[in-house]
Design a protein around this ligand. Structure first.
Ligand SMILES: [Zn+2]
Length: 226
């Protein structure tokens, strides 16, 4: 590892450790479940959570560096979901961050094998339509990664509800993936409450397109021109 790559890895160790606090702060995880990873830009490497370490004890130094086959390059035992993260990075070059949680409302939809219809403008903004369900897959090997990638390929959503399991979310970097995981749970909760009250109203596809386009391309602080 040359000095530039070592500096990138050191910075991502800090970022990934810090982003795990967002999972607990937003109530997305129980005990040691859930994990965040980040691709090292331009390298066949990722930084990921260690396996079975308490959230309070996650520091930059405890993060594990793996290659994109999931083999450890530096550190202890990585998250048991490492193979799934590695598969996503290999298959989706545009993805720089991956998050996995069993957050309650979203995972309740996953337990029913039901995608979340687009009933909310915030969902249209962030997900561009339904949040889809992926196949049932056992941990270990590439089955989870394959299911995540094949499901995301047919949708604008950066999150997938893996059937009977939980959420996998992706983003251009780890922070964007964490945001998608947080928003997925928020949408899942509101959609559940709405349906508990009766039949929620659909949003016209053209309006979903319009909301998605505006949010993805116009909304927020833009970098200065030039
Ligand atoms: Zn899981």
């Amino acid at each position: 590892m040359n000095a530039d790559v070592a500096r990138q890895v050191a910075a991502l160790r800090e970022t990934v450790a810090r982003l795990h606090r967002e999972l607990t702060r937003n109530g997305l995880v129980a005990w040691t479940s859930g994990n965040v990873s980040a691709r090292v830009p331009g390298q066949e490497l990722m930084v990921i959570k260690p396996s079975g370490v308490d959230y309070d004890d996650l520091t930059a130094d405890t993060m594990v560096v793996c290659d994109l086959t999931g083999a450890v390059v530096d550190g202890g035992s990585p998250s048991s979901d490492t193979a799934a993260h590695a598969y996503v990075y290999r298959a989706m070059p545009e993805v720089g961050g991956v998050v996995h949680t069993h957050s309650g409302y979203a995972t309740a939809w996953a337990a029913r094998g039901e995608s979340i219809p687009c009933w909310l403008t915030a969902q249209a903004d962030e997900f561009g339509g339904e949040i889809p369900v992926g196949p049932f897959a056992l941990i270990g090997g590439d089955d989870i990664g394959k299911g995540v990638v094949s499901t995301l390929a047919g949708h604008r959503s950066p999150a997938v509800l893996m059937r009977n399991h939980g959420v996998f979310a992706v983003g251009r970097d780890a922070r964007a993936a964490v945001k998608a995981a947080v928003m997925c749970e928020d949408v899942a909760r509101t959609a559940h409450l709405a349906r508990a009250l009766g039949q929620p109203l659909p949003i016209a596809p053209a309006d979903i397109d319009s909301l998605y386009d505006r949010y993805q391309n116009v909304y927020g602080q833009r970098p200065p021109a030039g």
